[in-house]
Design a protein around this ligand. Structure first.
Ligand SMILES: [Zn+2]
Length: 174
């Protein structure tokens, strides 16, 4: 997250104040303090019949890379809701969350530090229709997955691969 120069509420030039965790931007007029926190986001690993869905990015950044549906949590939305909304928006598919896999820290070019909560999702319906930013979307067998871009994606796949049977969601009532 970048530093504000002026107070976003009253427009006064911010000052650096020393706090417990180092220097923070503070407004001498209204008392606003700029805290720098990671942005909460979610990712879905959509699974159907033992295969994993990936999207090929059609626009920069990372054009041509295979990724999972991800996005920021909107105000008033739970992480689970955000996960299923992003899945629907980016693939046209509906799903059911099976479990949380892990929460990760990533550095994104534009946004800086983001917190990514990854979920394993069973695809339950809808029609595969990639969103505008996607060049392609398809299901892969776990053994045929292409190279993945982010640590959170690679690590999540390694994580679920270790959990015997989780890729057969639906068949075992998981
Ligand atoms: Zn202010």
């Amino acid at each position: 997250m970048r530093d504000f120069v002026f107070c976003p509420f009253c427009g006064t030039r911010l000052e650096k104040k020393k706090g417990k965790k180092g220097l923070r931007n503070r407004c001498p007029s209204c008392g606003f303090t700029q805290y720098k926190n990671p942005l909460p986001s979610v990712g879905a690993i959509p699974v159907r019949d033992g295969e994993i869905l990936l999207i090929k990015r059609g626009v920069e950044p990372a054009k041509g890379a295979w990724v999972f549906p991800t996005g920021f949590v909107d105000e008033g939305e739970s992480p689970r809701e955000a996960c299923l909304r992003e899945l629907k928006e980016e693939t046209g598919l509906e799903g059911r969350i099976i479990r949380i896999i892990e929460a990760y820290s990533e550095q994104a070019d534009i946004y800086g530090h983001i917190l990514v909560i990854m979920y394993l999702v069973e695809v339950t319906g809808g029609e595969l229709r990639p969103g505008d930013d996607a060049a392609d979307a398809k299901f892969f067998k776990p053994s045929d997955l292409p190279d993945l871009l982010f640590t959170c994606f690679k690590d999540s796949v390694a994580h679920i691969s270790k959990l015997n049977g989780l890729l057969k969601v639906g068949e075992r009532g998981l």
